[in-house]
Design a protein around this ligand. Structure first.
Ligand SMILES: [Zn+2]
Length: 148
């Protein structure tokens, strides 16, 4: 068993790469096998031609990811919980920093609703500090649909 230093998921001792994309051998972020196998599926379904599939694979292989952050805003009895637009995060980018504006907005505006304000503010802040939600596959599928 080995623990991924990036997402703390426990992987089998034989694992070469964690689901989050952390490569144990090179100790850097690569495409996760999960994402590349999803590209294979799109390609086999005919939604992606060979060239675009290869370029997407190369992009993920570099460690590029799409991530959304959450934010929430409360007005007395109403709390809005929203997602940011997808951000392209490169391996050298810090996801915590990219999500900081959304975290700060929630910390200022999120609390002031009953009863969901405090609950959503805390879950939003925790989620953003962990690096937001990985929507790489959703964005890729959307690009595929959008390009047709
Ligand atoms: Zn991991």
């Amino acid at each position: 068993m080995k623990k991924c230093p990036r997402c703390r998921l426990v992987n089998p001792g034989s694992a070469l790469r964690c689901d989050c994309g952390y490569d144990f051998a090179s100790q850097s972020i690569k495409a996760s096998y999960l994402d590349t196998s999803r590209i294979d599926v799109l390609e086999q379904a005919g939604a992606l031609d060979k060239l675009s599939a290869a370029s997407l694979r190369a992009k993920l292989e570099k460690g590029d990811r799409y991530v959304v952050f959450q934010f929430c805003i409360s007005i007395i009895f109403i709390t809005f919980k929203r997602r940011s637009r997808p951000y392209l995060i490169r391996p050298q980018d810090r996801r915590f920093t990219a999500g900081l504006p959304y975290t700060l907005v929630s910390l200022v505006c999120g609390w002031w609703g009953v009863p969901w304000g405090p609950i959503w503010t805390i879950s939003t802040v925790v989620n953003n500090c962990r690096g937001g939600v990985d929507v790489t596959y959703e964005v890729l599928s959307g690009m595929v649909r959008g390009s047709r």
